[in-house]
Design a protein. Structure first.
Length: 229
């Protein structure tokens, strides 16, 4: 029986691509004195490319931007601190996020987040989405000293919410860090579809978060039939 649902954050609950675009445009606008000599479209597109979907930390991104665009008024540290301070103001959830979490609560599911990233930065984003209170556990790689796809971070979450792997769904967008890693631990994997990847083998694939409710209900009905047969 499904007793818990664990989630990735970026690309799963947080629409990071759109959030990042909004932040970049805002930063460009606010820092016109030092960035105005750069074409806005070029700056935005180059930032997104260097960011590599969040897998390159922003000190390296800004160092490269400063070199390529001859930015002289701002240092790497200044731009990085600006990113850390302001990104949370641009967090965009995927559709039906709150509705989905409330429905899972009504179904009695324990909820958790396992996210790679910097602790305070990710916590700020979770709070900006207004979802922190829904979760019984939130594990972030920096604080835990573990990163997905390491099975230990999944096992730690299971221990904290007191369920076994076969009683838990894991929902994420990354083929290796989320889908394959959770399956290896014994969880039911749910891939939050992302057009960046193709042909991902998961137990379930969703396009909208609200679809998770149906998966939980169907799995519970299968279990009920099996037990009563």
């Amino acid at each position: 029986m499904v007793k818990a649902v664990l989630f990735d954050l970026d690309g799963t609950l947080l629409n990071r691509d759109e959030s990042l675009k909004n932040f970049i445009l805002d930063q460009y606008s606010r820092l016109q004195d030092g960035l105005g000599h750069i074409n806005k479209k070029q700056f935005t597109e180059r930032f997104i490319t260097l960011d590599n979907r969040g897998y390159v930390w922003k000190d390296k991104v800004y160092a490269q931007l400063i070199e390529e665009f001859d930015i002289q008024d701002y240092t790497v540290n200044f731009l990085l601190e600006d990113y850390i301070k302001h990104f949370k103001n641009h967090c965009i959830p995927f559709p039906n996020l709150i509705v989905m979490l409330r429905k899972l609560q009504k179904l009695g599911c324990s909820l958790g987040i396992i996210s790679n990233g910097m602790t305070e930065f990710q916590l700020h984003n979770i709070r900006a989405l207004g979802i922190e209170s829904y979760f019984q556990t939130i594990l972030i790689s920096e604080k835990e000293g573990l990163r997905k796809p390491d099975p230990l971070i999944f096992q730690k979450a299971l221990e904290q919410i007191k369920v076994s792997a076969n009683e838990c769904l894991f929902v994420g967008d990354h083929p290796e860090n989320d889908v394959r890693a959770s399956k290896k631990v014994g969880m039911t994997s749910v891939w939050k579809k992302d057009t960046y990847w193709d042909n991902i083998i998961a137990d379930y694939t969703i396009e909208n978060l609200i679809e998770i409710i149906n998966i939980v209900e169907v799995l519970r009905s299968y279990e009920s039939i099996r037990v009563n047969s």
